[in-house]
Design a protein around this ligand. Structure first.
Ligand code: JFZ
Length: 593
């Protein structure tokens, strides 16, 4: 923990004395109170995040040197003096910006809300601010207010509009948080920064741009709980209908925000949103071409919705005001899928059937949507322990009726034979009666009808000091990833057990997916399934450190024959006392055909 804090603190360019406050910057909690205007947000499911500022013009390059990772952190990464950075505003002229094009793209993509950076950590206001001269209207040759146009263009299309605002970090201001390469920490007066820039700018944004769906605060700091409460109360008066993101801090936001790959393993009842960026950076970077494909976006959206959340996907327009062409193209393709299948996403809650080898579920009263992401060979979609009265099933597109088969507590829906390929084919199951509760203790289904069954760490029942933890690491700078793993298995009594339901007899190859630093490598472990034990020795993958990738190895350890279908359990444990065995991310069972 101490080490993690230190790295995080270094990354953020602040001293260790403030490490506690830095942890709070990643506030993922919410007030738990239901905001009266929360329903539109719950129903919206798909939002567009836009990071756009001076950094967009710089494109991840400073003094002919390319930087990788969060482009909007360029000033910090290159430790650019505030005055040199500010001088770049004189060349910022996004002549290609067209509010109607952006809003039109959002509409085509099936997006229901848009949040754009009004001011990021660099301190540059992308709107007409009377509070500071460091703005697009006063300091750039563009001289217009793009936010005014965008607020209008989105509203005209029925899209909720909101602002991102960096309320504490401001590298342009001597009293703002974060810039220690120009301004001495001990001389900073954070409260003065709040008083003279942050709060007045937030007030402008909440006064001059019509009703805002969201104010997306980011990276709180420098305020006590009471001061944060005061800030929230003051701003709420201006627009009681606006939702505040959890990063307003101190657990005072209206919904929870999760980062990349932080999709929770099981549904959560509280309102939440998962943010991902389309490539590896939030702000535009010339040399970042690692865009997610339409299939990846469509599946991500289904996964997030199946856990009850929203997906807000970020794009980074360039300094001329162009949205990267792959972002536009793939968003439109996602929109085409949504135009045909939106009923299974918008206005849904998580489905009451947990994830299956074939995919995930979402629900509306009387309807369960089966998102088929991986077709079983025999076409049979199992809904285990599904005690509803099913009245009919059909493919959402084309409405072709499908055969439902009840076998005891299980329901089977026959997947349509000649269905064209799709990243996600949706089947609707209509039922009467009350929706059953989601069973978090349900065994994980293992089927021989798919190529691979993945049993995630979150399903582990741990013994003794073994624990399930979410580990945070990163690829590029600020490109945070999260992985839920079983950790702290170091003694013979520490173990992880997974309850499975294997639906077909078959031989299965068992693969352990784990991360293993040098000090954990070459230790003996044991895996037990169906009374049979298998031994293995750990293989080195990588060290765990926040600012580098955590590498997971897929280590095949055994073949086992499952003679009859039924309930099984897998237990993994060390064979020796000592170091942590590994960080176990998943167990994969591959049917042998
Ligand atoms: C913050 C910003 O610093 C960044 O520039 C960007 O605006 C992003 C949306 O938000 O960075 C974070 C903060 C926390 C996490 C990820 C990115 N997180 O908790 O995973």
């Amino acid at each position: 923990m101490q080490y993690n804090r230190m790295v995080l603190a270094l990354l953020l360019g602040v001293g260790l004395c403030q490490a506690q406050a830095q942890d709070e910057m990643w506030d993922k909690t919410s007030s738990g109170k239901n905001h009266p205007n929360i329903q539109w947000f719950k129903d919206a499911k798909f939002g567009l995040f836009i990071h756009w500022g001076l950094y967009s013009q710089l494109g991840g390059v400073w003094n002919n040197k390319r930087y990788y990772g969060s482009g909007e952190w360029l000033m910090n990464q290159a430790k650019v003096p505030a005055a040199d950075y500010a001088a770049k505003a004189a060349q910022f002229n996004p002549v290609n910006f067209n509010a109607d094009e952006w809003a039109g793209l959002a509409k085509d993509a099936g997006i229901r809300y848009m949040v754009i950076t009004a001011k990021h950590h660099e301190g540059f206001a992308m709107y007409d601010s009377k509070v500071s001269n460091f703005s697009i209207v006063k300091a750039s040759p563009y001289r217009k207010d793009p936010m005014k146009a965008l607020a209008e263009a989105t509203r005209k299309r029925g899209i909720q509009f909101g602002f991102y605002y960096s309320q504490f970090l401001d590298w342009h201001e001597p009293d703002g948080g974060g810039n220690r390469w120009d301004f001495e920490e001990s001389k900073k007066d954070y409260l003065r920064y709040y008083r003279e820039k942050s709060i007045p700018q937030l007030k402008e944004l909440m006064t001059n741009y019509g009703p805002l769906g969201i104010v997306w605060f980011d990276m709180p700091g420098g305020l006590t709980r009471q001061q944060t409460q005061q800030l929230v109360d003051t701003l709420r008066q201006l627009q009681p209908g606006s939702l505040f993101s959890s990063r307003v801090g101190q657990g005072l936001g209206d919904y929870r925000d999760f980062g990349d790959s932080e999709v929770p393993p099981a549904p959560i009842e509280e309102v939440w949103e998962s943010i991902y960026t389309h490539n590896d950076s939030w702000g535009y970077i010339e040399h970042d071409m690692n865009f997610k494909s339409p299939a990846e976006i469509i599946r991500l959206l289904a996964n997030v919705a199946s856990k009850g959340g929203n997906l807000m996907l970020n794009v980074g327009p360039d300094g001329k005001g162009n949205i990267p062409s792959y972002s536009a193209k793939y968003l439109r393709e996602t929109g085409r899928w949504l135009a045909a299948n939106g009923e299974s996403i918008y206005g849904t809650t998580y489905g009451f059937v947990p994830g299956q080898p074939w995919g995930v579920t979402t629900a509306k009263p009387g309807k369960l949507f089966l998102h088929v992401l991986d077709r079983p060979r025999d076409g049979k979609l199992l809904l285990p322990d599904c005690s509803v009265t099913a009245t009919r099933a059909y493919a959402l597109v084309g409405k072709k009726p499908l055969v439902i088969d009840r076998r005891g507590a299980d329901l089977y829906v026959q997947f349509p034979a000649a269905e064209p390929a799709s990243p996600n084919t949706v089947i609707v199951l209509e039922y009467t009666g009350k929706a059953p509760a989601y069973n978090t203790k349900a065994p994980v289904t293992i089927s021989a009808q798919v190529n691979e069954n993945i049993v995630e760490a979150v399903h582990a029942t741990t013994a003794d000091s073994a624990a399930v933890k979410s580990l945070t690491y990163s690829h590029y700078f600020g490109d945070w990833k999260h992985a839920v793993c079983v950790t702290d298995m170091q003694g013979a009594n520490d173990s992880a057990t997974f309850h499975l339901r294997i639906t077909e007899p078959a031989d299965y190859k068992i693969v352990l997916e784990y991360a293993c630093p040098a000090e954990s490598a070459r230790q003996e472990g044991q895996l037990t399934i169906g009374g049979q034990s298998f031994l293995f020795r750990t293989l080195r993958s990588s060290e765990f450190d926040k600012s580098n990738p955590l590498l997971f190895i897929q280590h095949a350890v055994a073949i086992t024959t499952i003679g009859k279908p039924g309930l099984y359990s897998i237990t993994v444990k060390p064979r020796q006392q000592g170091k942590e065995l590994f960080k176990l991310k998943s167990i994969r069972l591959l049917p042998v055909h």
